[in-house]
Design a protein around this ligand. Structure first.
Ligand SMILES: [Ca+2]
Ligand SMILES: [Ca+2]
Ligand SMILES: [Ca+2]
Ligand SMILES: [Ca+2]
Length: 301
């Protein structure tokens, strides 16, 4: 009966194929159900090796998924702006921590990109500027977090136990667990009569000064060579918060005070009136004095 056996074998084989197709369809449905319904770019890594199957589905939510059997990781592209708010998906995810799928994250009527362009916080319903908003309450404004490339939604970006704001205040790198100091520098612009101070290349503040009359403040690269809370000038007045420059014959200090208590030059900030020193106003002088160290470079342009 060999013919009969062949027929039985063929029938069994057809049944086997049919069951196999049912199983395969069920598996395919299952995979499809596990894919979020939003339209996304999805990369399926089906078998843990290097084979990656790219599966473009309809449109894009700004989220690109890599799926393999062990983990799911979203990739945001610098070339995509899914919600058309003027910020790329990557910028929204990595820098501003806004929603790449919603144009107006804080729902205040202004789209994220416009808020950033005009220095407003896209994460605060209040009309508040980035330099006044501290989203994660770590003592560093959102504006400075963006400049220092720290995480404005994480109070301790590098996870070393010190808040981002504390690290910047003490001059440490908030993006590195190691205790690494950031470079300090002071720059003085004689034409603009302004002093700026920099930490790690980031401008921390700019203040009006009063430098030497005519060209009596010499341009050049200097270092702070000494500092005294109150120095005495040969012109017979006190120079509070003294930071000596060059050979120490001139320096940066607060508006001078005569022995009778009269404060010199309060109306002169922004004008060249001194004998060569760089005068700072009340407030900024102490701030710069406390911040700068002996050895800090001072560049006068
Ligand atoms: Ca966007
Ligand atoms: Ca908004
Ligand atoms: Ca932070
Ligand atoms: Ca830290």
């Amino acid at each position: 009966m060999p013919k009969f056996n062949i027929i039985i074998t063929l029938i069994l084989f057809i049944i086997f194929l049919f069951l196999g197709k049912i199983a395969f369809d069920a598996l395919a449905d299952n995979i499809n159900q596990n894919i979020p319904l939003k339209n996304e770019n999805i990369i399926l890594n089906t078998d843990n090796n290097d084979q990656i199957i790219e599966n473009q589905i309809a449109t894009n939510t700004g989220e690109n998924l890599i799926i393999n059997s062990n983990n799911i990781k979203k990739i945001y592209l610098a070339t995509e702006d899914f919600d058309k708010d003027g910020l790329s998906d990557k910028e929204e995810n990595e820098i501003y921590h806004t929603d790449p799928n919603i144009a107006d994250t804080d729902n205040d009527g202004f789209i994220d990109g416009d808020e950033i362009k005009n220095n407003y916080s896209p994460l605060n319903l209040e009309k508040i500027k980035l330099d006044k908003n501290d989203y994660d309450k770590d003592g560093l404004s959102d504006k400075m977090e963006i400049l220092f490339k720290t995480d404005l939604t994480n109070s301790d970006t590098d996870g070393d136990g010190y808040k981002d704001g504390e690290e910047i205040k003490k001059g440490f790198n908030p993006n590195n667990k190691e205790k690494i100091k950031l470079d300090k520098k002071i720059e003085i612009n004689l034409d603009k009569q302004r002093l700026s101070y920099f930490l790690g290349g980031i401008n921390m503040g700019t203040y009006p000064i009063s430098s030497g009359i005519g060209n009596s403040t010499l341009k050049g690269k200097y270092k702070i060579i000494n500092k005294y809370p109150k120095a005495w000038s040969s012109y017979g007045l006190w120079m509070p918060y003294w930071l000596g420059l060059g050979t120490g014959k001139f320096g940066i200090h607060e508006l001078p005070i005569w022995p009778n208590g009269y404060r010199e030059g309060e109306n002169h900030l922004g004008k060249k009136v001194s004998h060569g020193c760089i005068r700072l106003g009340i407030g900024p002088a102490k701030l710069i004095y406390d911040w700068a160290e002996v050895g800090t470079p001072v560049i006068i342009n």
